[in-house]
Ligand binder design. Structure first.
Ligand SMILES: Cc1ncc(COP(=O)(O)O)c(C=O)c1O
Length: 424
């Protein structure tokens, strides 16, 4: 469910025609429905309300400050993976006790900043990292909570690049080593082993891999508890899928219905707090990328629609072979011809495409297209490749729209750069 709907022939974001925004903001641009972000967050919160979980929006999916602020104002915590994300999290005033910090490569500086900021906990991915946290916490006279990220060795049946919980992946710690860490927690006097964390991958449509991973993690929790180590937090990560095309992902309610009974022997209200880290589920369908057709090119074997957005703006199609529905912002009237086209950007790469062999209604140069479901891993993965300024992010609430992040200028492209005369 999202709030990008056609009213007559016009695509609207909530109550604003997308073409109206395009006239004012220019193209290309990302467009977010604030209400859709909140709806998805609230759906998850409601589905799990019986255990009052801590929901930490995974801000790697979308780190727009306005979006973060609106989620935080409704009670969301944040899942961060870098010093830059910590900086953004603090900018939006999230309660630092609602921040969890994952990543296999946290630097000493990032660890220090996070401890000073009094984050809730680190999700620890290796023994050397644990040692660094212990050293830094000692220096800061702090005792820092951590969750050990387990690698449950469960394959979630999703794209290889977003599979994170198998033995082949760089993430997490195997259960044997993790068990030893809990047993030898006395070696880390400045660390409190407070929790266990898993995250098995992203865009997972089926509940089975979640169930398998959670069962494994509960077995682990039982074994460390048996040896006198209480586990205060169980973080089951993110990974819930959305609809890009014909997927039939579980709803928040279906997910809760399958997952919650697994905890029947645990007191999730008082004994162990459940943490969720959804990214895509909250943000994926909450944003679109709006682009304009620059040219049509008809080759003997192929027709190309060349648009003003490119792989630097949305890398998912070239990086993951991801499918995004693409629709005209204003649907043509009358009897419509369709043709199979590649929708490509201006970048000098054959991998620069938004869609391949896509049946599209006939369109004219200057027409607007909406690339749907770009709210997750869209803008955050954009770059300046080919010296293309990053596009603006526009937010809509009801009848109003605002530029939340403006288009970069050419000056922005060279802001931190100088010509080093000494080498010329
Ligand atoms: C540790 C962790 N938590 C949560 C997420 C969010 O995943 P998703 O966007 O699939 O919910 C990710 C994504 O990579 C992650 O690495």
């Amino acid at each position: 469910m999202h709030r990008f709907e056609f009213k007559g022939r016009e695509l609207y974001c909530e109550d604003v025609p997308v073409s109206k925004i395009a006239r004012e903001a220019g193209t290309p641009f990302y467009l977010y429905s604030v209400r859709t972000f909140l709806d998805h967050y609230l759906k998850l919160k409601d589905a799990f309300k019986s255990v009052k979980p801590l929901i930490c929006f995974s801000m790697k999916a979308n780190s727009n400050l306005t979006i973060l602020k609106s989620l935080v104002e409704h009670g969301s915590g944040l899942d961060i993976v870098s010093g830059g994300e910590l900086f953004r999290a603090k900018k939006v005033g999230v309660d630092s006790q609602k921040i969890v910090f994952a990543s296999v490569g946290k630097t000493e500086k990032e660890i220090e900043d996070a401890i000073r900021s009094k984050i809730l906990m680190f999700n620890v991915e290796s023994i050397p990292e644990l040692e660094t946290i212990n050293t830094v916490a000692c220096r800061l006279h702090a005792v820092q909570k951590v969750a050990i990220r387990l690698n449950p060795d469960v394959s979630p049946d999703t794209h290889d690049y977003i599979t994170t919980g198998t033995k082949q992946n760089k993430f997490g710690i195997d259960t044997g080593t993790a068990n030893k860490l809990f047993m030898e927690s006395y070696r880390y006097p400045f660390i409190r082993f407070a929790g266990v964390h898993i995250h098995i991958g992203s865009q997972i449509t089926d509940s089975k891999p979640f169930v398998k991973a959670i069962k494994r993690v509960l077995q682990f929790i039982d074994s460390v508890r048996f040896c006198g180590n209480p586990v205060e937090y169980l973080n089951i990560g993110g990974g819930l899928a959305i609809i890009y095309s014909k997927e039939k992902p579980q709803t928040a309610r279906e997910f809760a219905r399958v997952v919650l009974p697994l905890f029947k022997d645990y007191d999730l209200k008082k004994g162990m707090k459940l943490v969720l880290e959804p990214g895509r589920f909250i943000s994926g369908n909450s944003g679109i990328l709006v682009t304009k057709i620059l040219y049509k090119k008809v080759n003997p074997t192929k027709t190309f629609m060349i648009v003003d957005a490119a792989m630097n703006d949305l890398i998912r199609p070239s990086f993951y072979g991801a499918y995004h529905e693409i629709t005209p912002v204003v649907r043509p009237s009358g009897k419509v011809r369709t043709a199979e086209v590649d929708i490509v950007g201006p970048i000098c790469e054959s991998g620069d495409f938004l869609a391949k062999n896509r049946k599209m209604p006939a369109a004219n140069i200057g027409d607007l297209l909406a690339v749907m479901s770009c709210g997750a891993y869209g803008y955050v993965m954009s770059s300046n490749y080919n010296s293309r300024p990053r596009v603006p992010e526009v937010v809509v609430k009801g009848r109003k729209f605002f530029v939340a992040k403006k288009r970069e200028s050419y000056e922005d492209l060279v802001r931190n750069e100088k010509i080093v005369k000494e080498v010329i």
